[in-house]
Design a protein around this ligand. Structure first.
Ligand code: NAP
Length: 269
């Protein structure tokens, strides 16, 4: 069998819509490939990457994936996290972090305008949060305030990104109720499990919009709570579609049909 195998490496992966998106686009273009999700341990990430023609990486392995690359992109160097890999013609393992660009597109679609000059409250300090801070700084936001369960991890993130002056880490218990934000971003993994508590009570924060990077087949509990509090909100499916399109381009050197990806994500009929 000649069919090429592409994979998503992560833990957990059962919730992921990436196989549905990628296989829909692969089928639509008649490419002889298949994309599967592999529940993977950290020490198997590099061997899997070296045995596949390409793939994606999700939590909690994006840093391990970055360390396995021969040719990390500038965004991988800046964030320390890799979410897509492929091979160049010279046999070098290349990787990029397309979460930053995908986040920016999804955030600007939700806000109905550029991120520049905005004030952002970021919940979380893991791999996705790194991509968000990198995108926000590149887009010229006014300020990003980071709130994470483990304060040290947020400090480490800011330090690794060169301590940008427009990024501030909040104390764990610090009240955010008195502030007004243009955008709240949930980059914690809370919401993946339906029994999770909300990462923030939306009605306790003054905000114009909320982007939950977590997604399911339907609106997440945080998105529903934000809308009930009068805040415009979206889940992570548009960001997923954007990063899926960028990944597809790296592997197959052509644009996937956007409508097919949006339909597979349940964003259009
Ligand atoms: P990660 O590196 O494992 O980071 C997880 C984050 O969640 C950390 O900040 C962690 O805080 C926090 N957290 C975990 N459990 C918590 C709890 N019980 N209470 C409070 N905080 C908790 O994961 P990631 O790669 O950044 O991904 C985060 C989420 O974004 C995932 O749901 C992922 O699916 C989603 N994501 C979506 C897209 C998309 O395209 N839509 C792209 C990337 C990621 P500590 O530091 O204290 O552990």
């Amino acid at each position: 069998m000649d069919r090429s195998l592409y994979a998503l490496l992560g833990a957990p992966v059962h919730h992921s819509l990436s196989p549905a998106l990628q296989n829909s686009a692969i089928d639509a273009l008649g490419i002889d490939a298949v994309y599967v999700a592999l529940w993977t341990w950290d020490d198997l990430v590099a061997p899997f990457m070296r045995s596949l023609p390409g793939g994606n990486v999700t939590l909690p392995h994006k840093r391990a994936a970055a360390a396995a690359l021969d040719q990390p992109s500038e965004d991988v160097r800046a964030t320390g996290a890799c979410n897509v890999f492929w091979w160049d013609e010279d046999g070098g393992l290349c990787g990029d972090n397309t979460d930053s660009a995908a986040f920016r597109t999804a955030a600007e679609a939700l806000l109905g305008g550029a991120l520049s000059g905005r004030r952002v409250l970021l919940l979380g300090a893991g791999g996705a949060a790194r991509a968000v801070v990198h995108a926000c700084c590149g887009a010229g936001v006014d300020r990003v305030e980071i709130l994470n369960r483990t304060r040290d991890r947020a400090d480490e993130l800011v330090g690794d990104l060169g301590a940008p002056p427009d990024v501030q880490v909040l104390e764990g218990g610090e009240a955010v109720g008195g502030e007004t934000y243009d955008l709240i971003v949930n980059a914690t993994s809370l919401g993946l499990d339906p029994t999770d508590p909300l990462p923030v009570e939306p009605e306790s924060v003054q905000a114009r919009a909320l982007l939950d990077l977590v997604y399911g087949r339907d609106d997440t509990p945080l998105v529903r709570a934000a809308r009930a509090a009068g805040i415009e909100a979206a889940d992570g499916r548009l960001m997923l579609v954007e990063q899926a399109a960028l990944s597809f381009m790296k592997w197959f050197d052509r644009d996937p049909p956007r409508e097919v990806l949006l339909r597979a994500a349940g964003l259009v009929e």
